[in-house]
Design a protein around this ligand. Structure first.
Ligand SMILES: *Cc1c(COP(=O)(O)O)cnc(C)c1O
Length: 389
């Protein structure tokens, strides 16, 4: 027999930063005390710092979708015309939320693996001057593709609409100049590049978007941006916060500040580059080769092999949890994550495991071929870089 260590290698939840995990054990603390206010204030201030924005930042006890829901219910009114850019399951989620709240959404959709071009957004905005908002994913985690939110932001900034960016896996994996690119609302979540368990969502909101909060009429209660802003200014949350997660996030933010957000992004990008190189070297096809995201790399299973077999084999042989495709992509692709607390040792192991699994399931590859591709990227890009402590 052999030991299998459990390893969580999905694009959310992601591997946890150990000091953040340890910080959670101090959560027998009351949230209306100065001790906790200190942690809460530090989270809000550090989030603002790592997001590098002058906009307000608000924190919620919910998964990422809560902040998506909050954005729609607080900033829009029934019947508002909006544009949804949809390139995968999370784009479809924007469309579903817009529909649930009775917005009049024009959906610009790209086939899975492709992205919506900024020119399409520009055209749609020109055609309908009454558009109030444009929704997109910076990184579409379900397909491993990334949108050009910089160019889209430029198009939206020239109109009266606000630009709402789900950056839940974009943060920490791609540059996002919130203030410079006009990303009016930018949404993040704890269980992606922030290295803590699921349960916290946050968003930044621009002055342009705050004006929408003054006129929007959709009903909302738990998610109340104005109330949350007031509470946050006092170092508290409106309702009982997820205290253990706030303590964890405060710790991981300290780590991210110490690394520097650009370095965290670079780490994801180098690992993504090495993963793509390994997949191609093994004769596999990338699912989103045109605009690959650094959050996760989606790889097509070999012809005739269900990707679920690869996912199951990783779990059974190596205790590693990797992601299958979602929706109709299930069985077609598998996804290797790089966001947050991932390193080269993780990737060496994943690619070596993949070689064994492919060989064991009727897709012969040369042992070491994929790993060599990762080693070559390490040698050419990373070997001379300072190592993060
Ligand atoms: C993970 C994720 C979300 C949020 O999903 P939750 O399950 O609500 O946390 C939203 N968008 C993207 C792109 C994601 O990767």
């Amino acid at each position: 027999m052999y030991i299998r260590k459990q390893r969580l290698l999905t694009p959310g939840p992601t591997p946890l930063y150990p000091p953040a995990l340890h910080a959670m054990m101090a959560s027998d603390i009351h949230h209306r005390t100065e001790d906790f206010r200190k942690a809460y204030r530090s989270c809000l201030a550090d989030l603002k710092e790592v997001l590098a924005t002058a906009n307000d930042v608000l924190l919620f006890a919910s998964s990422g979708t809560g902040a998506m829901d909050a954005t729609v219910s607080n900033l829009f009114s029934k019947g508002d015309k909006v544009i949804v850019c949809s390139a995968g399951k999370f784009g479809e989620r924007w469309a579903e939320i817009a529909q649930a709240y009775g917005l009049d959404a024009t959906v610009l959709s790209a086939p899975y693996g492709k992205v919506v071009a900024p020119a399409e957004v520009e055209r749609a905005l020109a055609k309908e001057p009454a558009i109030k908002g444009v929704f997109v994913q910076a990184s579409e985690t379900s397909t491993g593709a990334a949108h050009d939110v910089r160019a889209m932001g430029r198009a939206v900034a020239a109109t009266d609409a606000i630009f709402v960016v789900d950056a839940i896996t974009g943060l920490g994996t791609m540059p996002l100049d919130i203030d410079g690119w006009g990303l009016d609302v930018l949404i993040g979540g704890s269980q992606k590049a922030f290295m803590v368990p699921p349960g916290l969502a946050f968003l930044s909101i621009s002055p342009k978007a705050w004006k929408f909060a003054g006129t929007a009429t959709l009903p909302h209660y738990y998610f109340n941006l104005k109330k949350e802003k007031k509470s946050g200014d006092g170092g508290e949350s409106s309702w009982t916060p997820a205290t253990s997660l706030v303590l964890a996030l405060a710790e991981s933010l300290r780590y991210i500040k110490q690394l520097g957000m650009p370095k965290l992004i670079e780490n994801a990008q180098i690992l993504a580059q090495a993963t793509r190189a390994a997949a191609v070297r093994l004769g596999l096809e990338l699912f989103a080769p045109d605009a690959p995201a650094a959050s996760a790399t989606a790889v097509k299973a070999p012809e005739g092999m269900d990707s679920g077999v690869i996912v199951k084999e990783f779990r059974n042989r190596f205790g590693a949890i990797i992601a299958n495709g979602q929706g109709s992509m299930k069985g077609q692709i598998f996804r290797i994550a790089h966001l947050g607390y991932f390193d080269f040792a993780d990737l060496f192991a994943v690619i070596a495991g993949l070689e064994i699994i492919l060989n064991a399931n009727g897709f012969p590859v040369n042992y070491g071929a994929g790993v060599a591709a990762v080693e070559e990227v390490y040698e050419s890009v990373a070997i001379r870089q300072p190592v993060a402590v």
